[in-house]
Design a protein around this ligand. Sequence first.
Ligand code: SAM
Length: 255
Amino acid sequence: MSSSDRFGYEWDTYSFMDENYERQFRNWTDPLTEADFKGKTILDAGCGMGRNSYWPLKWGAGKVVSFDLDERSVKRARETLKDFSNSEIAQKSIYEIDWQETFDLAFSIGVIHHLKEPKKALQNMVRSLKKGGTLLVWVYSLEGNEWIPRFVDPVRKNITSKLPVSVVHTLSYLCSVPLWAFVKIFKGPTSYMKQLSTFDFWHIHSIAFDQLIPDVANYWSKDQVKELFSDIDLKDVSIKMPPNGSGWIVTAKKK
Ligand SMILES: C[S@@+](CC[C@H](N)C(=O)[O-])C[C@H]1O[C@@H](n2cnc3c(N)ncnc32)[C@H](O)[C@@H]1O
């Protein structure tokens, strides 16, 4: 089973919209604001169940095209976005997208660090942008998360990414229960942990599960992200941490 199949199980299980998703989306897309989505033609690459396409549509995007490789995710995205007539959803791989000079804004949240060929995916996204269009990508950061490659990766790579996904879902309680108790008691120590302390248990469980299922999960340093975005048809590349201090937000314009 590939990572996208395994994520398909996740999005099929956690297919409902939650009020915290708006806060998450604003965090992952900082410094963009509602006005940056209004009237724009937008691509959401690797959309999962569509939770990130939802907010631009709600804020008045002209059109949002969302796609994912996994069939169950696409089905759930169709349900999430069913009330928006300007939403278009497709099942396809980021390696095969063939839109050219189509979008004002192309974003991808939590996808590129799971890919075996991230640069190829980025090049395809950039090709889909109009000249001067905006690219926004959120990926895992090594900085602030050093403990994950150290302690979680060996378990993920050698055990949980190979086990049946339903078994991993149950095993995830071993992580989510202590994590939930920790963040509820300490409400920190990091901004990200503080944010987690405001989430319901199921949300923390889904995050723990999400960490354990993929076969590829790269936690990149800022320098590695800089390298990844070099030699691509981009200008004004900015690499910043989001307000909650976890991950890298890369924004850039197509040359
Ligand atoms: C961690 S999930 C993030 C989903 C969504 N962006 C979100 O934040 O809710 C990663 C997603 O990338 C999708 N994905 C993985 N490989 C892909 C590929 N080659 N093309 C398109 N989507 C892919 C998976 O199916 C999964 O839905």
